[in-house]
Design a protein around this ligand. Structure first.
Ligand code: SF4
Ligand code: SF4
Length: 382
């Protein structure tokens, strides 16, 4: 028997997926997408059991260069494709104590890049102290910014702050057309995003001198692979400049991951198996060399470590080595999870070098990184 919850989600998602520019019973498709997103905060179909076992090839970490830190899952948006299941009602947030442990790790390591993500990371109390400290250590800092956050109360000076500290901005904009952006990210998001981009351009972001880098992120609105990054970047640059006078440095194309909210949407629209088949049939072995987990670790809001942000969302902690760590933290961040056992925390790691050659936890979702031109947090790999 199909559960009533499933029926609710199917009704909403079917409308959202169809995404026609029509009004259905007085509710536009954009509104339906938003309604679905709001409901999905209450109920998400778990994709994890569908991702294992997997025949994804084994891979190992090389020298660590990048720390990707997820400051928490609170966001001012609730996008349909979100692999974090972030939204306004999420309360997870990094504490000042964990920030201290994070900074201790950054001082011990010789990492060159700090990649800050969320939710909307700027909402977190530690965001600005972290940026200032990491820049003081000489690191490149990236902020994964949803653009609409620039208009939130209390964030009026955010664009100035980012420019002052020369933070690279990675901004989501899944299309240069309003209807597609609003369908995926909620009604009114496109106009707010344009205002955010103009605010960044006004501070010098996106210029060809490359001092203040502004990258835009494209991801498909449905269960398909992204088109060629190179061709789409040229199209974005032309359309955003001529239609809206907006400039940016580069476009990153990302495939949607079949996990959390997008995974739930795939299941409720009965597209999960087909989408996974699409990813697997497009697998390119050459992309294994460049997937982000080879050089990066992901840290959650409590300081626990994962191979990447996707594994963090699947509650797949870093695989533990034999005797190369001086201790492991005894507290599980997710009581009741199947991984309720000792797991690696930033404070346990005396040196980033300890992670070299460690095997990476892989599953069927990893084909999302190697399909076609490849996809990672830095865009296409090929
Ligand atoms: S995709 Fe980004 S902006 Fe959208 S809900 Fe998730 S974290 Fe927020
Ligand atoms: S999802 Fe991608 S980045 Fe994460 S472990 Fe798999 S291949 Fe690596």
């Amino acid at each position: 028997m199909v559960s009533p919850w499933l029926l609710v989600i199917e009704t909403a998602t079917t409308r959202a997926a169809t995404c026609l520019n029509v009004t259905t019973a007085g509710v536009s498709c954009e509104q339906s997408a938003v309604n679905f997103c709001r409901r999905s905060e209450l109920f998400v179909l778990d994709s994890k059991p569908l991702l294992f076992p997997s025949d994804f090839p084994p891979i190992r970490r090389r020298r660590l260069t990048t720390l990707q830190v997820n400051l928490g899952y609170r966001c001012n948006q609730s996008c349909l494709h979100c692999h974090v299941d972030a939204g306004p009602k999420r309360s997870e947030e990094m504490s000042l104590e964990t920030l201290d442990e994070l900074l201790g790790f950054l001082r011990r390591g010789d990492l060159t890049l700090l990649d800050i993500t969320g939710g909307a990371p700027e909402l977190n109390q530690v965001f600005r102290p972290l940026v200032i400290a990491a820049r003081g250590l000489g690191m490149r800092v990236m902020d994964r910014c949803n653009l609409t956050i620039l208009e939130e109360p209390g964030q009026e000076d955010l664009a100035d702050f980012l420019a002052e500290h020369e933070v690279e901005v990675i901004a989501s904009l899944p299309c240069y057309l309003q209807e597609n952006v609003d369908a995926q990210r909620g009604s009114g998001t496109f106009e707010a995003s344009l205002r955010g981009l103009r605010a960044l351009n006004a501070r010098g972001y996106g210029r060809s001198d490359g001092r203040l880098l502004l990258s835009l992120v494209y991801n498909p609105t449905g269960a398909s692979l992204p088109p060629s990054q190179c061709a789409l970047e040229a199209e974005y640059k032309r359309e955003l400049k001529t239609r809206y006078g907006i400039e940016f440095n580069r476009l990153l194309t990302l495939a949607n991951m079949p996990i959390r909210r997008f995974g739930s949407w795939l299941q409720s629209t009965r597209q999960f198996d087909d989408y996974l088949g699409l990813l697997k049939s497009a697998h390119q072995a050459a992309n294994l060399e460049a997937v982000m987990c080879r050089d990066l670790i992901s840290v959650d809001w409590q300081g626990y470590i994962y191979d990447c942000d996707f594994n963090q969302m699947l509650d797949l902690p870093l695989r533990q080595g034999d005797g190369d760590l001086h201790r492991l933290s005894p507290v599980s961040p997710n009581p009741g999870s199947p991984n309720q056992r000792k797991r690696l925390h930033l404070r346990d790691l005396t040196s980033a070098e300890l992670l070299r050659e460690r095997s990476i936890q892989v599953g069927e979702h990893c084909y999302g990184c190697t399909a076609g031109q490849g996809s990672s947090c830095g865009g296409a790999l090929a």
